[in-house]
Design a binder for this molecule. Structure first.
Ligand SMILES: Nc1ncnc2c1ncn2[C@@H]1O[C@H](COP(=O)(O)OP(=O)(O)OP(=O)(O)O)[C@@H](O)[C@H]1O
Length: 253
């Protein structure tokens, strides 16, 4: 079953083509990694899929809802986390969880039960009374993820979630993500780390608004005869820059 499907999805800002006729299929319970250099269109793609940015043309469904006509349904079913964690620094971990539970309309026993479930999944117990401002990047990241999971989203959208976080915390984070996917949650993640790309079920390499290659990490490496994904991506970027007829690297219409 598909969690996300797009056909010819396009976004133009003025005469700049930020996303150019993207066809995408992401299966339920898969971890899909969006890779690509800065400015390649990852965030624009994500914003359209989350229902916050209207496409210029093309189609898309997320969790069976049309991205153009049913954005409110989509927003209720997704959990979103970006590198700029939206935490309240002056509040403790527990108070942040309580606050976000309230935002999602969870109260009383239901809120308590859901928070306990998440605290056990993300391993937050022990620090619940610590202020967010005093937490390291890794703990903040896990707290932000916990907040994004409170309303039981079917799709988790993570925009560079591990930027600036230490390797041990990144590993723990990915163990949690893998558990969530096993439980049937679909994950769409952008990352610049190739070790994280290797952990995705499927990856798509987007450049100048176009998906150049996609598939499982194993399939992509085999087809392109490389041992490491970063070798391939550096080669692709160089080739595209040398061959492209794009003006200044971006496509204008
Ligand atoms: N609201 C906007 N108005 C005009 N141009 C925009 C807007 N949002 C994005 N762009 C442009 O669209 C292109 C794609 O940007 P986007 O943010 O999607 O890339 P990205 O791959 O997410 O980059 P990064 O890794 O830096 O977040 C860039 O050239 C960017 O400057």
């Amino acid at each position: 079953m598909l969690a996300i499907e797009t056909k010819g999805l396009t976004k133009q800002f003025g005469n700049l083509l930020a996303v150019n006729k993207v066809d995408l299929q992401i299966h339920k319970g898969h971890i899909y990694g969006f890779l690509g250099p800065n400015g390649s269109g990852k965030s624009t793609m994500i914003r359209m899929l989350c229902g916050v940015l209207k496409p210029t043309s093309g189609e898309g469904t997320v969790l069976t809802h049309d991205i153009k006509t049913e954005p409110e349904h989509i927003k209720q079913k997704i959990g979103y986390m970006s590198q700029k964690f939206s935490l309240y620094e002056e509040l403790t971990m527990k108070e942040n969880l309580d606050f976000y539970a309230g935002v999602y309309g969870l109260t009383g026993k239901e809120s308590k039960a859901r928070q306990e479930e998440i605290i056990s999944l993300t391993g937050l117990s022990g620090r619940l009374n610590q202020r967010a401002s005093s937490l390291s990047g890794g703990w903040k990241q896990r707290l932000a993820l916990s907040c994004a999971l409170l309303h039981k989203p079917e799709l988790l959208v993570l925009d560079e979630p591990t930027a600036g976080v230490d390797p041990v915390s990144r590993r723990i984070f990915w163990e949690i993500i893998t558990e969530l996917a096993k439980a049937g949650i679909t994950v769409l993640v952008t990352t610049h780390y190739m070790d994280e790309a290797e952990l995705c079920t499927e990856i798509g390499f987007i450049f100048y608004g176009t998906i150049l290659i996609s598939g499982t990490p194993h399939k992509i490496k085999t087809e392109h005869n490389v041992h490491h994904l970063d070798d391939l991506f550096i080669k692709l970027v160089k080739e595209q820059q040398e061959n492209s007829l794009h003006s200044g690297g971006l496509t204008y219409v």
